[in-house]
Design a protein around this ligand. Sequence first.
Ligand code: PLP
Length: 348
Amino acid sequence: MRSDNFRKVVPYTPGAQPRFAEMIKLNTNENPYPPAPGVLEAARKFDAGILRLYSPIDGGNLQTELAKYHGVDRNQVFIGVGSDDVLSVIFQACFNSGEEVLFPEISYSFYEVWADLYRLNSRKVPLRDDFTINPDDYLVPNGGVVIANPNAPTSIALSSGDVEKIIKGNPDRIVVIDEAYIDFGGESVLPLVDKYDNLVVVRTYSKSRSMAGLRIGYAISTPEIIKAINDVKYSINSYTMNFPSECMGVESLKDEAYFRSTIAKIVATRGRLVTELKRLGFTVLDSSANFVFASSDRKPAKEIFKELEERHIFVRYFNKPGIDNFLRITVGTDEQIDKLIEALEEIL
Ligand SMILES: *Cc1c(COP(=O)(O)O)cnc(C)c1O
């Protein structure tokens, strides 16, 4: 058979999901704390009999409750199977002009994978030398803009004023702000959805809501943009939202106190982690996320990564120019961080 049958793409490389009984997993920015008690209870009580039926196409109660939670209308919410699904549909629905879609050169590497997969014209915009985003770089003719805020893997947040500058400066194009980590720091631009008609804010349950395995992500925007996203989504697969996600997704929203308390714990542990890494001679970028991005000149990051891996401590290493001497380390529990620091003391 001929090889030209196949579409050749370079896929996104997800973080490894090792399964050792004893391991410290700080490589995919998962939350170290369990989902809210109400979510666990709803999982126990879930009536699997309902799975006979197709699930609600719009997300059902989850769409209603997310709209209430964020103070927007129901038709301003699009729900997908993780924000990867949401972003993937947005790339297909919102960047149709043929002009260059812009995103930072160092950012969530899925953006360039989708741009290539959907054959979009795109351009990667370099960061400043200090790894920050210069908003002025996005005030040029383009076919749309995608920014992760806080950015990944740098962990650095852009002020909401700077994000607004990008939104305001592109009135004819759609600006997508991926706020996967916004609950851990930084300022959300969600309140600007009603002020501008070109803004899409993307959120996920995977990090701050401790529910990566359930796969819930959503976008909030204008009814017009949400309709365009839905039209594409319904052209691919209508029933992607499933009953367990609808049920447990709603439960998570009910427990604001638990949500705030796990975030506060992670932010406190992040402070400790940064202090300890600096004590060991690391340069650590200013994190507003549930991970830190750190580099040491005592030993190449790749070697540190391997030596940690031998001890079943997993962090993320990107073999990519400009960041190939950095490690991305998820903020785990205090106990996990203590063990990481002990291991690093031995390694360095
Ligand atoms: C983790 C992450 C996502 C995807 O999360 P889902 O689990 O698919 O919701 C999207 N964007 C960024 C920047 C992320 O780090």
